[in-house]
Design a protein around this ligand. Structure first.
Ligand SMILES: Nc1ncnc2c1ncn2[C@@H]1O[C@H](COP(=O)(O)OP(=O)(O)OP(=O)(O)O)[C@@H](O)[C@H]1O
Length: 356
């Protein structure tokens, strides 16, 4: 078994989750099938890290989060959150009697926000929902007051405190949910699509709040999202999951290499000329005197620029960075065998081994 560093607050070793699914195939016939939603995933998240957990629809992200919160029991593997096994039904998990004690202990250490649904009480105003959280978690009064004050101020909830949750807009409700998840000072915060459906201003507000929370309180955050700007702005590390397996674990920038992405050199020549021929680059488009050359994102542009400047009548040039969304879309498509829009334009970088 792998050694667990003392500051690893989330630990997964070969965790899997298999669902038994029954499907109606005829009037009286049903087919039984197994869905391997999470397939032997291992990772560690250190205290204070803010990690993005991304993948296409159905990749296994929510299932992982549900196992980490104790909502679902893994079919195999080992899981620890703040030293606690979140799985009530697993072997080596909570024994009879110890169950509710462990559940309470875990609940005090974690906060969860599911963007797709609220954990607040639909008919109650935010203020009353928060009072219930205060009681349920037995948060000491002074801590509760300080946390509430901070959330109300930073998440702009002041005018919303007496509005029933059902009357809040999606963005307002999301901010309300995030506050509810933090009133008991959890060490770990799971965010499942916290910016889904929010407008640009609300997204910015939520992101700024999470950045401050992580910087000031050292709260460990595991964030799933389909909005890569969330990851770009918040996370120094990203994990990519697909078909229940971890495909990548590292810096967001490193995805460029693994995704075999290319940068583009846009060259303006003095006049229309045949496509430029340079080793390590290929012309992907020509429009009059302008030519576009693709070259591996991992390589420096300087030698290529120098060679072209030496051999061609150059007027101007610029370098375009690869779009991270395109890199990830390509990665997802490669795994599922689907072609991407860019395919055919080719790619040339060797993977650097960061695939997991
Ligand atoms: N309760 C369940 N019963 C049966 N199958 C399930 C259940 N929950 C999830 N699955 C299946 O497990 C796989 C992973 O689902 P999961 O919700 O974890 O994906 P996800 O990465 O969160 O997707 P999305 O981005 O669409 O939310 C999917 O094939 C899904 O249909």
């Amino acid at each position: 078994m792998a050694v667990v560093a003392s500051d690893d607050v989330i630990v997964l070793d070969e965790v899997s989750k298999v669902f038994d699914v029954r499907r109606k195939t005829g009037l009286l016939r049903r087919e039984r099938r197994q869905v391997r939603a999470v397939d032997g995933i291992s990772f560690r998240v250190a205290r204070g890290e803010m990690v993005g957990y991304i993948g296409p629809n159905g990749a296994g992200k929510s299932t992982t989060i549900k196992m980490l919160t104790g909502i679902l029991t893994p079919s195999g593997g080992r899981l620890r959150v703040a030293g606690i096994d979140p799985s009530p039904g697993s072997r080596g998990g909570w024994g009879a009697g110890a169950g509710s004690r462990e559940r309470t202990r875990l609940a005090r250490r974690i906060g969860v926000v599911f963007g797709q649904r609220t954990t607040l009480w639909w008919d109650l105003p935010l203020r009353d929902s928060y009072r219930l959280v205060h009681r349920m978690y037995r948060v000491p009064d002074d801590r509760y007051r300080a946390n509430l004050e901070r959330c109300v101020e930073q998440l702009d909830l002041g005018e919303l405190m007496d509005v029933p949750v059902r009357q809040l807009s999606l963005g307002q409700r999301m901010r309300g949910d995030i506050a509810a998840a933090l009133l008991h000072d959890p060490d770990v915060l799971y965010l499942d699509e916290p910016t889904i459906g929010l407008d640009v201003v609300s997204k910015a507000k939520v992101r700024a709040f999470l950045r401050d929370l992580n910087a000031e309180r050292g709260t460990t955050v595991l964030l799933t999202t389909h909005d890569l700007t969330d990851i770009e702005q918040l996370c120094s590390r990203v994990m990519v999951i697909d078909h229940g397996r971890l495909m990548y674990d590292g810096a967001l920038a490193g995805l460029h290499e693994v995704g075999e992405s290319e940068r583009t050199l846009v060259v303006d020549l003095e006049r229309e000329l045949p496509p430029i021929e340079e080793e390590g680059a290929r012309v992907v488009r020509v429009e009059g005197p302008r030519q576009w050359l693709a070259f591996p994102a991992a390589r420096s542009a300087a030698p290529l620029v120098a060679r072209i400047a030496d051999r061609y009548p150059l007027v101007d040039l610029s370098v375009r960075e690869p779009d991270i969304e395109a890199v990830i879309a390509k990665m997802y498509a490669e795994r599922s065998g689907r072609p991407t829009e860019e395919e055919g334009e080719g790619a040339g970088v060797e993977p650097d081994g960061q695939r997991v």
